[in-house]
Design a protein. Structure first.
Length: 211
């Protein structure tokens, strides 16, 4: 979930929402190695001290790009308050950055902040992830929450919050944005954002298998 707001009264705030689909592998961010249970299946916590600290995003053809990103496709857009600034993104693709959300990172899985953490191939829309925290993690579920900024030509840089939730069968990323103020009035809230449905891949005998 991403809450974002226009920093100036003259801003052109984004409104609407979009959903993306992609594939992610849970890894140890310091080593880049997949985190698996005793059967070789993807897990977020193996119960023996090995926990997921990073995310490895793949291309939709299951290839793993050498530039440490993965691709996604925009599969849905919706209007908010009768406005949908993301309608033109439907069917387009983008890139999302591999990263470490806890502990030491690495060259392949850097820690936050990450500029252009998410970028769309259509237009110049990007999201900078500046803060991230583990909200919940067990063997089957991982939830992250954080904050960052939207950037899109023609709109003001917009602050927001971030939430990622995944299970060992599928995952999701969702963004929602609202006009931020020290003491916001309910009527002043504006919504925008993006969401993602991410298939989680597991490893068995060093081979990727869809869960």
């Amino acid at each position: 979930m991403l809450a974002a707001g226009a920093p100036a009264a003259q801003a052109a705030p984004l409104r609407g929402s979009f959903a993306i689909s992609g594939i992610v592998i849970p890894v140890n961010g310091a080593t880049g190695q997949p985190v698996t249970d005793s059967d070789g299946n993807a897990t977020f916590d193996d119960g023996n001290g090995q926990v997921v600290t990073g995310l490895d995003f793949l291309n939709q053809d299951l290839s793993n790009p050498s530039d440490y990103t993965g691709d996604f496709r925009v599969v849905n857009t919706k209007s908010v308050g009768g406005q949908n600034d993301f309608a033109s993104l439907l069917g387009t693709t983008g890139r999302i950055r591999d990263f470490t959300f806890e502990g030491p990172g690495s060259l392949a899985f850097p820690t936050v902040p990450l500029f252009a953490f998410e970028s769309l191939s259509s237009g110049t829309l990007t999201f900078d992830l500046t803060k991230i925290f583990v909200k919940y993690r067990d063997a089957n579920t991982l939830t992250l929450t954080g904050a960052g900024f939207f950037n899109w030509a023609g709109y003001d840089r917009t602050p927001g919050s971030f939430e990622f939730t995944a299970t060992n069968s599928f995952g999701s990323i969702a963004f929602v944005a609202s006009e931020a103020a020290p003491t916001p009035e309910p009527a002043s809230l504006l919504l925008m954002g993006s969401g993602a449905l991410l298939g989680l891949r597991s490893y068995r005998k060093r081979r990727m298998i869809a869960v």
